[in-house]
Design a protein. Sequence first.
Length: 365
Amino acid sequence: MTPVNGIYYSTPDFYPRWPKNWKDWMGAWHGWKWIETGRKKEIKDGDYLFSPFVAAGWSKKQQDDIRPAQWLGLLKSLAVVGAEFYYVGYFSLSAPFNDPSTWVWQAVMPSYAQAITSRYEDVLKNGNVLFDEKSNPIISFKTSDKHVLITIRKHNQKEKYIICGTYQPFTNEAKEIPESKNVTIKFNNQELTFEIRKQGSVYVYEKALEGKTLFYQLDKWHENAHPDYWSKDFYFEAEVSDIMISNNVIYTEDIKNNSDFTSYTTFVRLENKKITSYKYCIRDSIEKTQYLWIKYRGNGKLCYSIKDIHKNPLITKLPNKREWTWFKIKLPNIIHGNTLRLHSIKGIIDLDKLIISSSETIPTL
């Protein structure tokens, strides 16, 4: 009960156990409704962050438990309503005890959610959920689809929102619901349409001081399978850089009716000698030739490096392209820990996406 950062961190248990129980609760096994009830009171008391205990299930048959993608979507939703960190629980109740290989992913999954939270720490620490006309906290936004869970957090001083949507099944049947869905929500006298996925889709929506609207996804690379089966390639949205990128060089276009973001494009205009960087670690111990695939338009000279761009820069001339085009660059030998650094030397280069892969053909997104 000692305050941290001037607030109390509640520690509710979020143990829904089964897919059918994610939205409500059964007996001692608490789903989202338990979190919603508690957070409304805690936030009104000024405790805008919390740290829940979490467990996706511990049945003898792992196929009865909540599966990785659904669980990741729920963990991201907890983060948006204030979960700064998690206590991971698992219960081996009786012999024969469950094989750890069937559930160890539960210990890892919160780190995937927190990795995304670190991309909006300014809104986590200097923001809160939205409030209704009676000053009550809004923990989740109702829609006409019972499978949809939407959470929103706003920066205290900016028109900057973090929006998380997850499309939640009630069974582990593979074809119960599609992998994604377009949803429309209303909040703060505005309406937005965007895509959500089972594994969660976390977006930054900002009305920047520069007079433009920005909308981009922080977790596009997350897949809906068990993490053992995720791609070994590295997928980067150009605007999700490990060095702060000024809003002056980030642009969102292809918005329909100023509210429909189902087919938007957000890109970065590379600046002369101002570096953007992307950190990654090789997942495959087998040494393979690696390629950098960039989706760009414009023309100019691109300067890039894997380590120190000031010592060993490489330069390639990009053909003039008016439409978004994939371009392949063979990378030098790389080690397990790397930082890709990019900037332009000449011309105008707009960058949408980057992929690091051993594939010589365009990887599929």
